[in-house]
Every structure is written in structure tokens, then in C-alpha cells.
Write a protein that binds this ligand. Structure first.
Ligand code: ATP
Ligand code: MG
Length: 319
């Protein structure tokens, strides 16, 4: 088997705050294969965005990467210079965010910003403009010749997100990181944007790390899914397998909590822990219905229980 395009290994990230050290990521393990769409799911605060920003090396200044590797085509991005990283952003890996409008500069036209993105990587002039117009057409925006002269506030949320997708895919990156790209949009637009991302990346053979807290969206868009809890990836596998037979007690709880017609919502008991003072051993142990003594002391490693099926839980051995 060839090595994955992206592999995050044992990533530990802390934030230094006035209240203390926020232990946001506690050994995140994650991989994305070539041409694959992987969803990273988890409740709010579980560390999805911090994982994405670590990969892009765009963490806030109070962050410290304590340990770990972010291997992209086998190179550890955490060891590159800022200069080398700038060449990778946009060209090899690009990212789209939840709030498309806040990612666009309000005082510059759409066309200017798209061309600027290309110029940053050495493409200018007529050819660059052509590329911009053709990309805008591909993301389903009508009349791109006029659109390039408009300002972000003149766009609807859905249009702005299409512009962001165009910008992200302009350089045909190998990896697209999409952080809740549809959660600020209304449901119909959301569905259109998901479909657009899916068809474009399939066509361009772009890999995607798709971040969402919506399991329905994850089921629809991805090949594989990684479930995060309190800074840890607790389970990973093919979407079908994870939904059909969740292994980790947290994933089981999460799936049981999806409201279905005729079935009551079952919330997982207890609260998401504070990352200033996270639980010892397995971070899920205080809420786990299957908790054992060992869970309070020893952090379970993510182990492969079947090919492609990984879980970090003492119920499945591995310490
Ligand atoms: N700059 C920062 N300073 C201190 N703590 C931070 C900082 N950035 C993130 N955190 C903390 O890291 C943890 C993970 O945050 P993150 O934004 O990755 O969550 P998330 O899974 O993306 O949640 P959401 O679904 O709400 O977007 C949270 O406890 C958050 O408060
Ligand atoms: Mg987030």
C-alpha cells in the first residue's frame, strides 16, 4: 500500500492562557489518502479546527506544538521554514472556512482577490484572469465577467462560499481542508455546496479533510471518518463500517444521540471535560458506560483492530 498523502502522528498542542494551559490536542492520529474524502467529526471544542490549523501551521501565537508530526507526502510540515510553508499553502494544501465572508477582504473586489491568490504563486496577466473566470464558472457562479468586479458584501453567503471554493481550488491543491464550510448557510444552499465540493474534488482527484459536527453530512460526503473527543481521535474507519458498527463507546453514544423519527434523542451523560484539567487516562472515562479501572490510569493507544479500522479504547486491548 502506498503511504497516505497526509498523516498526522501523535500531535499534541497546548495553548497558554491566563487561566492556565489548555491541553487542546492530546496525541491526534489521522490520515488522508490520495483522492480520499475524510471527515473529522466531533462535538464543539473537541479540537477539529486546532487540528486543521496545525496542519496549515496557522495556529495562534499562544499555541505550542508539544510533540508530533504532520507528514505531507512524507515531509514533516512542522519542520519546514515559514518560507517553504508559504509555498505549500494554497498550492499544495488549501483551506476553506466556516464564514466565507470573513475570509474575504471586504475592500477588495472578488476578481482582485482571486488574481492575487494566483500571483502569490507566480501566475499573472491575461492567463491568470482566464483561469479565474473559468474557475468561477466551474463552481457554478453565473456571469463571472461581472462577478470579478463585485465586492464581498454584494454576494450572498452561498455565492461567497462558492468564491472561496474557487479560490481554494485555483492552484489545484492536492489537499483541501474544509472547516465546516456549510454550517453558516441555509439547508438548501448547504446541500448544493456539499455536492459542488464533492463533484469538483472527485474530478480533480483532490483529497479532502472535511470538518463537521454533523454526522449526516459526514455520512454523505466522506469515504472515511475520524471521530474526535476532547483532543483525541478515538475512532477511524470507513464511513459505512463506523455507522454500521461503531466501536468506541463515545461513537456509539454519538450515533445513538442522532434524533430519528419516532425515536427520542439520547444525549450522552455528563459534560465535555475542561481541557485546562482533562481527565487522566482515557479522556472519555468519566462519561463512559463501559469504564474499567485501567481507563482511569492509562491512555489507550489508537490500534488497528481490523484493516483500516482503528479505535483507541481499552475494550479492544492496546495500551
Ligand atoms: N487561541 C486559543 N487559546 C486558547 N484555547 C484555544 C485557542 N484556540 C482553541 N482553543 C481551545 O482548543 C480547544 C479545541 O478548539 P477547536 O476550535 O479546535 O474546537 P472545534 O472542534 O473546532 O469546535 P467547533 O465545532 O466549535 O468549531 C477548545 O477547548 C478551545 O477553547
Ligand atoms: Mg472548529
Amino acid at each position: 500500500m502506498s503511504s497516505p498523502l497526509l498523516e498526522v502522528r501523535d500531535l499534541i498542542v497546548h495553548f497558554y492562557t491566563r487561566e492556565g494551559v489548555v491541553k487542546a490536542l492530546d496525541g491526534v492520529m489521522l490520515s488522508v489518502g490520495r483522492g480520499e474524502i475524510v471527515s473529522l467529526v466531533g462535538e464543539t471544542g473537541s479540537g477539529k479546527t486546532v487540528t486543521a490549523l496545525s496542519i496549515m501551521r496557522l495556529l495562534d501565537h499562544n499555541a505550542r506544538i508539544v510533540r508530533g508530526e504532520v507528514l505531507f507526502e512524507g515531509r514533516n510540515l512542522l519542520q519546514l521554514s515559514e518560507e517553504e510553508m508559504r509555498r505549500i499553502r494554497g498550492r499544495e494544501i488549501s483551506m476553506i472556512f466556516q464564514e466565507p465572508k470573513s475570509a474575504l477582504n471586504p475592500v477588495l473586489t472578488v476578481g482582485f482577490q482571486l488574481r492575487e491568490a494566483l500571483e502569490a504563486h507566480g501566475e499573472e496577466g491575461e492567463a491568470a484572469l482566464e483561469k479565474v473566470l473559468s474557475m468561477l464558472r466551474r463552481v457554478g457562479l453565473p456571469d463571472p465577467e461581472r462577478l470579478v468586479n463585485r465586492y464581498p458584501h454584494e454576494l450572498s453567503g452561498g455565492m461567497a462560499q462558492r468564491v472561496m471554493i474557487a479560490m481554494a481550488l485555483l492552484m489545484r491543491p492536492k489537499l483541501l481542508i474544509a472547516d465546516e464550510p456549510t454550517s453558516a448557510l441555509d439547508v438548501t444552499v448547504q446541500a448544493q455546496i456539499l455536492e459542488l465540493i464533492q463533484s469538483l474534488v472527485r474530478e480533480m482527484n483532490t483529497s479532502v479533510l472535511f470538518i463537521t459536527h454533523d454526522l449526516g453530512v459526514a455520512a454523505e460526503i466522506s469515504d472515511r471518518i475520524a471521530v474526535m473527543y476532547a483532543g483525541v481521535v478515538v475512532e477511524q474507519g470507513n464511513v459505512y463500517d463506523v455507522f454500521e458498527e461503531p466501536l468506541h463507546p463515545y461513537t456509539r453514544g454519538l450515533l445513538a444521540a442522532i434524533p430519528r423519527p419516532g425515536r427520542e434523542l439520547m444525549a450522552i451523560e455528563g459534560e465535555v471535560p475542561s481541557l485546562l484539567n482533562p481527565p487522566s487516562g482515557c479522556r472519555f472515562h468519566p462519561r463512559c458506560p463501559a469504564v474499567m479501572e485501567v481507563c482511569k490510569r492509562v491512555k489507550p493507544r489508537l490500534v488497528e483492530v481490523e484493516p483500516g479500522r482503528l479505535v483507541a479504547c481499552h475494550l479492544y486491548g492496546g495500551e
